[in-house]
Design a protein around this ligand. Structure first.
Ligand code: HEM
Length: 262
């Protein structure tokens, strides 16, 4: 076999290495799509959880809706567990895809930090915070997701407030809220820049506009989240001596059981 002949190149494997793989680009798209899906889920989640601000009855109704109560006429908390299992799969998949980009050694980390200082550019600094909050989320979101998966039947105005206050989850939720809102906000901004969303007009001006929008969204969800947390804490304190007792809305007491005459 002659050195440099097509057969010699094929046998040595050089040809394979020279061929460009489409996989890094595909994995990048998957990372973006899973990140976007998680951000959209989180926005919806924040509004559902914030239903407590409109009253215990409203949160009770939202909870029962997800348990299929209004379709089957009885509670099926396993439906919520199924949704949680899907979100866990999305969360784990997104984390595995993102881990490809995290500095793999202390040396790489030091190099990135010195680049960050030299560039002194907001987007590079934000990338660091996105990695930092992403790693924090692996630890902060996992206990919450496990509890939601295994105790979906306890979700409700009193069940959730007891968990937040009497079971002392409020500290974890406060940190989780900060980490997830910063992570999601920066992630969405980076997606918009990367895929060219809302970037019409002069490039510098459109980035400045995007940054303002990013802070407005992050600020809104942080304010909503902390207000919501305060509401659960207040109810949790009031309900502490009846910990574990579920909420029964006034309108279900007044209504006769299904199938019975009013
Ligand atoms: C389908 C999956 C999920 C369900 C069913 C769910 C449900 C809930 C519920 C019912 C609460 C109220 C407190 C409680 O009952 O313990 C809550 C709070 C919270 N959840 Fe989730 N959650 C899910 C996924 C997530 C994820 C993926 C994150 C972020 C990574 C997250 C972040 C939070 C935060 C920060 C709070 C505190 C509420 C606040 O301060 O506004 N949750 N969640």
């Amino acid at each position: 076999m002659q050195a440099g002949s097509p057969r010699a190149i094929a046998v040595s494997g050089v040809a394979d290495r020279a061929r460009k793989s489409p996989w890094p680009a595909r994995l990048d798209v998957l990372q973006s799509v899973s990140g976007l899906a998680l951000v959209l889920f989180l926005w919806a989640h924040m509004f559902f959880v914030a239903s407590i601000l409109l009253g215990k009855d409203v949160m009770w109704t939202v909870t029962r809706f997800f348990e299929g109560y209004y379709v089957f006429g009885e509670r099926h908390p396993w439906i919520v567990s199924l949704i949680v299992a899907f979100v866990i799969a999305l969360f784990v998949g997104h984390a595995l895809l993102a881990l490809r980009k995290v500095p793999g050694s202390y040396r790489q980390y030091r190099e990135f930090r010195s680049h960050m200082k030299v560039f002194a550019h907001a987007d590079t600094t934000w990338w660091f915070w996105q990695v930092f909050t992403g790693i924090a989320l692996l630890f902060l979101a996992s206990p919450h997701l496990y509890v939601m998966l295994s105790q979906a039947d306890t979700i409700g105005p009193y069940g959730s407030s007891d968990r937040v206050w009497s079971d002392r989850m409020w500290g974890l939720y406060a940190l989780l809220l900060l980490a997830v809102e910063l992570h999601g906000g920066i992630g969405l901004y980076r997606l918009a820049v990367k895929w060219g969303w809302f970037t019409g007009g002069e490039p510098g001006a459109s980035r400045a506009r995007l940054r303002r929008l990013k802070w407005a969204i992050t600020g809104f969800f942080l304010a909503l989240g902390f207000l919501t947390l305060a509401a659960y804490i207040k109810i949790g304190i009031e309900h502490a001596d009846r910990h574990g007792e579920p909420y029964v809305p006034a309108f279900t007491v007044a209504m006769p059981p299904r199938g019975e005459a009013p």
